[in-house]
Design a protein around this ligand. Structure first.
Ligand code: 1YM
Length: 637
């Protein structure tokens, strides 16, 4: 090597190290968080590369394994990552992919990266944040291997045998120094996203296998019908308005578009849009194009076939009731906008989606007049309900903070009027409400006791929800309004704490409340305003020493601390059994309490989970509760 080249090589090396060092210094900048979401994000970065290879037509099977010690292995049967040496850097392509930031994109610019996580940062970030990472490539009849530790090359890419197939495998262990909260993967989180990826990428087989325990758990997903099967899945167990799924796909200006939709007899809309497999939960131009076409085609058909009575009209809200739809596009150069960068901004997409879906819907209605009629009848019902709901909503609007609050509510407000310092506890039952009122710090803690069962809002229209006293009082107390009028800046508390008994009924009420927030005030969850309080299960007394235990394990640990004494253990069946002082000490005192913040990492998956938990089907709910019972104290939705 000439001296000049040598220097160049050196400089490059330093740059790379600085690059990966930067990732380790500020991991949040690259993966959003080093909490559980960031940990799982590592898996998606690697899987995305395999998905790209499959979308390019070279791989058909992707396997994700969780190995003992929470080591992740991702394998695909594609061409195998390139192993040739880059003439300038003297490094293999593999090494470049794993050591240069943003090297995920193809070098020659001939093809584009279709998939890509929200942060889309590439395999090098995974490498930087792994205690160790190994790449195994099968290509040219050979097997190649390279190992890195905390982003640094442990040994160069080397031949390690022969191979009769091609493909890539990446094995890594997340670095516990970086992921201090946890390095334990949640099977359910991985399973749901892998299933979603299988729905979004028809014809690709995805396998997930958990080998951490003796009993291996495995799920295999393969959907020939892609998003058509996604809609079928979301509508499972529901009564349908039209039996067929309306579907279209097309390619225009290098943008690939796919839409599938079907109506059921409920009142909720599930419209999920994706760009390059990323859930765009703030919507964007693809969703706008979808809505334009749907409203236009339904209105046109209704008008042209004289299905509207005098004074009747259908608007874009009415066509959403009972609608289940997936809009998925693949774009070579997506522009993500919005608060959470999940809103598609490319303006050309609107017309492309609208035109393609428009043609499909017009033809479908023409060929299936009975279905068209059924859909329009459903929209008309919605239109009438909308007008009634508007009237009901007007009744809930609060003019001043304390105006007409009393008629529905038992809110004991706090004195502080600064929302950022104010908290509202939503408490199950009058007696617990009483204890909470006496025990609280009334300067900044408000208490809203709820009586009886909270209405399951998943199953009802907004107007019906608004006729429920418990729900009305919550909306009034929170102050933001609801639906179109929702205004986060009017929130009267920046901490809204759900406090229910630590039993099955309490958990049920908690889920009902979360469903309510999810459906009607999702921004409160997004902003991180919603919390769940964790009351203790036991009070153990050892002479003068008092311990509160929040789990059976904690109780056992306390008992072990005082082996020579016989404890007096009291099991709390409900919050109502605690006196105000105990309730304050254990569950309300900011210095001592445990609050679990409710997250909305992925609204699609959360609402699917909600659907399942709250929907008509009992079986999936049973399975979910059984599988997740041990996560119950880490309520992460
Ligand atoms: C388990 C992870 O990364 N598979 C994978 C990655 C690549 C290829 C094949 C690939 C791409 C191309 C040519 C190309 C990548 N290549 C690159 C880069 N699985 C996994 N499988 N040959 C192989 O796009 O031209 C980045 S990823 F940049 F080198 F082309």
């Amino acid at each position: 090597m000439e001296e000049k080249d040598y220097k160049h090589y050196d400089a490059e090396n330093i740059q790379i190290l600085e690059g990966l060092e930067a990732v380790r210094k500020r991991p949040g900048m690259y993966i959003g968080t080093t909490g559980p979401a960031g940990l799982h994000h590592l898996v998606w970065e690697i899987v995305d590369n395999s998905i790209d290879e499959a979308l390019a037509g070279f791989a058909s099977h992707i396997e994700v394994e969780i190995l003992p010690g929470d080591i992740i292995s991702v394998t695909d049967d594609g061409r195998g990552m390139p192993v040739d040496i880059h003439p300038k850097t003297g490094k293999s392509a593999v090494e470049t992919i794993f050591t240069v930031l943003h090297a995920g994109g193809k070098f020659d610019g001939s093809s584009y990266k279709v998939s890509g996580g929200l942060h889309g940062v590439g395999a090098s970030v995974v490498n930087a944040l792994s205690e160790w990472l190994e790449v195994i490539v099968s290509r040219n009849g050979k097997k190649y291997k390279q190992r890195f530790e905390r982003g640094k090359v442990k040994y160069d890419l080397k031949e390690s045998g022969t191979s009769h197939h091609t493909g890539s495998q990446v094995i890594f262990k997340a670095d516990p120094i970086m992921f201090t909260e946890t390095t334990v993967y949640n099977y359910e989180t991985l399973r749901q996203r892998i299933q979603q990826l299988a729905f979004l990428n028809k014809g690709i087989k995805l396998t997930l296998r958990d080998k951490r325990n003796e009993e291996v758990i495995e799920h295999v997903y393969f959907y020939e019908g892609g998003i058509k099967e996604y809609v079928e899945f979301l509508n499972a167990g529901k009564k349908l308005i039209e039996p067929k799924i309306i579907y279209c796909e097309g390619l225009k200006e290098n943008i690939q578009v796919e839409v599938a939709l079907q109506y059921n007899d409920t009142y909720t809309a599930l419209v999920y849009s994706f760009t390059n497999n990323i859930h765009t939960h703030e919507g964007g131009t693809h969703e706008e194009g979808f809505r334009l076409a749907l409203t236009r085609c339904i209105k046109n058909y209704a008008t042209n076939n004289n299905l509207l009575k005098k004074d009747e009209e259908i608007n874009n809200e009415d066509v959403r009731e009972g609608l289940v739809a997936i809009v998925s596009i693949k774009h070579p150069n997506p522009q993500f906008e919005g608060q959470t960068k999940t809103k598609l901004g490319n303006t050309e997409v609107r017309a492309i989606v609208s035109q393609l879906l428009g043609e499909t819907l017009d033809r479908y209605f023409l060929e299936n007049p009975n279905d068209a009629k059924a859909i329009i009848d459903k929209c008309l019902l919605a239109s009438r309900a909308r007008i009634a709901a508007r009237k009901a909503r007007e009744a809930t609007r609060r003019k001043s903070p304390l105006d007409n609050l009393s008629f529905a509510s038992k809110l004991a407000d706090c004195r502080c009027k600064d929302p950022s310092k104010s908290e509202m506890y939503i408490v199950e039952g009058d007696s617990a409400g009483g204890s909470a009122k006496s025990g609280r710090d009334s300067e900044y803690q408000a208490i809203l006791p709820l009586r009886g069962k909270v209405l399951n809002v998943q199953k009802v229209r907004l107007e019906r929800a608004l006729s429920n006293n418990e729900i009305l009082s919550m909306i009034q107390a929170i102050g933001t309004g609801i639906g179109e009028e929702f205004d986060i800046t009017k929130a009267r508390y920046h901490k809204i704490v759900i406090m229910t008994d630590a039993d099955v009924d309490g958990e049920h009420i908690c889920i009902l409340l979360l469903t309510f927030f999810f459906r009607f005030m999702p921004e409160l969850i997004e902003k991180g305003y919603i919390y769940v309080a964790k009351p203790p299960l036991y009070k153990a007394q050892f002479g003068k020493a008092v311990c509160y235990a929040y789990s059976d394990e904690e109780l056992e640990a306390f008992k072990k601390k005082y082996p020579d004494r016989k404890p007096d253990v009291q099991r709390y069946k409900g919050l109502g059994e605690m006196d105000p002082e105990q309730l304050w000490e254990t569950t309300m005192d900011p210095a001592l309490r445990t609050l679990v913040q409710v997250h909305l990492e992925d609204a699609t998956i959360a609402s699917q989970t909600f659907e399942m938990l709250m929907g008509e089907d009992v079986d999936p709910r049973k399975v979910f509760i059984q599988e997740n019972a041990h996560y119950a104290n880490n309520l992460d939705i």
